[in-house]
Design a protein around this ligand. Structure first.
Ligand code: TNX
Length: 510
């Protein structure tokens, strides 16, 4: 009798394990954005059983961190628990984390067979990118009501460019910590790994500087249109940095000098050549303000600001702005950029600046951000700088989609969703070649937007295109095929209640 019962139990387990439906799947047509370097389908299904066991070496701290992130993603989307290294192997689904050498830092591989999912990478960042791929797979399976399985096959992936960025102007209009975090979540889902924060401009100073408190108490008190403005305390900025770090996104702080400095000039009379404060400014003109080159206090001010910000910024870059300094004399501008580069280097960071900085003596490792003037970018390359590609005509998220767009500007171009996607960074400008480019960044200037729905309307869905331009190989990109994937991401963005631009030229799903 006992033996009989035992037999029944064994048979039912065997039945349970083998009775899974046969399902035909197509991993190769899965709507991943950015598209992976290689997607090979094997046509079967990995069934997600109640409970999944994750196998990994718990002695390895970086794998432990990955395991926790994976648990979070897996449990959120599969609604099944994930346990670490324990459970009954054949009753539960199995995932393994394997450390393996790959060509690039963020490279990874996901092998999904009917029995096990194996995820490999050489480091945490690579594992994190793999998790975001799995995240998209699980979300799309859920959206198409295929909750209980994943398609089998092999995904091998690595980025084309190491730097894939977004820039947010929190100076023209202030965005709260919660709004920036929400943006970071979306950047992470699309494998963007840098967020450049434009923290000061004529209309507002947005980061606490303890040695110059009026920058925020007064200089941060308004914004375009005269709203209340706002700023981040250093504690809040640190919180943002850790939030981004958990998603393998580096924060790059920008303090824009010597122009775009009215908020500072209004806060401290001594920064002005005539010793008198300017008024706060809530309009949208550019190029009317400048720091005063003849005063040593200007450079003491810059030293304090850069010291305080770099002390709480773990990332490698500090961005000094340098754009549109129309009222700074050329010889003074050069002094500003040269001296400020020295301060940044003294505090252990690399320099980034808008393409105009090429007129000064660029230090080794300085990055020039190409936005408007190709000659500037070519000049920067001659001075051994690397280029970050943000051509306004293609990559500016604040450009209107077309003349009917309720938000945005159009001084550079109207940028349709197709135009935003359909360009190749290394083919755009004579003399800017792939080896000169560190990557691409999509700036979102905020003169015309003041809340998250307006922000997301301009950013989405164009940002997905920039994410793919930065990550995927050029020969894998093609608008017609991308458009099909984008339509699916419209459904995903809907599921997240993100307000995005549903261009009438694209057949979105309801
Ligand atoms: C140019 S791009 C600027 C910004 C404006 C933007 C509006 C750049 C380096 N400077 O000050 O906000 O145009 O599109």
């Amino acid at each position: 009798m006992k033996n009989f019962k035992f037999l029944i139990v064994v048979l039912s387990i065997l039945f349970f394990v083998h009775c899974e439906k046969q399902i035909e799947t197509h991993l190769e047509t899965f709507p991943l954005i950015p598209i992976a370097n290689s997607l090979k389908e094997t046509g079967g299904a990995f069934f997600i059983k109640s409970k999944t066991i994750l196998y990994f070496d718990e002695q390895d701290a970086s794998l432990k961190k990955t395991a926790i992130q994976l648990k979070n993603t897996w449990e959120t989307h599969s609604l099944q628990t994930l346990t670490f290294n324990e459970g009954i192997p054949f009753l539960h689904s199995k995932i393994e984390l394997v450390k393996e050498e790959f060509e690039s830092d963020e490279a990874y591989e996901i092998k999904i067979s009917k029995k096990v999912i194996q995820i490999s990478s050489s480091n945490e960042a690579g594992f994190y990118r793999a998790i975001t791929t799995l995240d998209q797979l699980l979300r799309f399976q859920n959206l198409s009501s295929n909750h209980d399985y994943l398609p089998t096959g092999v995904i091998s992936d690595m980025p084309k460019y190491g730097y894939r960025g977004a820039m947010l102007d929190v100076a023209r209009h202030f965005f709260t910590l919660e709004e920036v975090k929400k943006y970071i979540d979306l950047l992470a889902l699309y494998k963007i790994n840098n967020l450049h924060l434009h923290l000061s401009d004529d209309q507002g100073w947005r980061i606490e500087i303890k040695s110059w408190p009026k920058l925020t108490s007064y200089g941060g008190s308004t914004e375009v249109g005269g709203g209340p403005g706002g700023f981040y305390t250093q504690e809040e900025y640190k919180e943002l940095i850790s939030y981004a770090q958990e998603r393998f996104i580096t924060i790059i702080p920008e303090i824009d000098i010597p122009g775009h400095t009215n908020a500072a000039l209004a806060s401290y009379p001594e920064l002005n050549c005539d010793g008198k404060s300017t008024s706060l400014y809530t309009g949208t003109e550019v190029g009317f303000s400048t720091l005063c080159v003849d005063k040593e206090v200007t450079f003491q001010f810059l030293d304090d600001v850069i010291r305080e910000i770099t002390e709480i910024t773990p990332g490698p870059y500090f961005h000094l702005g340098g754009d549109e300094s129309h009222v700074t004399k050329e010889e003074d501008y050069i002094v500003f950029i040269n001296r400020t580069q020295d301060i940044i280097l003294k505090y252990g960071k690399k320099v980034m600046g808008w393409d105009e900085i090429q007129s000064s003596d660029l230090k080794s490792n300085t990055v020039a951000q190409y936005w408007a003037d190709a000659k500037n970018a070519q000049g920067a390359i001659k001075k051994n700088a690397k280029i970050l590609m943000s051509p306004a005509q293609y990559a500016y998220l604040d450009m209107q989609y077309d003349s009917l767009s309720p938000f945005g500007l159009h001084w550079a171009s109207y940028i349709s969703i197709k135009k935003a996607y359909d360009w190749i960074p290394e083919k755009l400008v004579e003399g800017i070649k792939e080896e000169n480019i560190i990557g691409i960044e999509a700036p979102l200037w905020s003169e015309t937007i003041s809340n998250f729905d307006e922000l997301s309307y301009l950013a989405f869905p164009r940002l997905l295109g920039y994410a793919e331009i930065g990550w995927s190989q050029t020969n894998q990109r093609n608008w017609e095929e991308y458009e099909n994937r984008l339509i699916e991401h419209g459904v995903l963005l809907d599921s997240l209640s993100i307000n995005y631009y549903r261009s009438p030229n694209i057949p979105w799903k309801e």
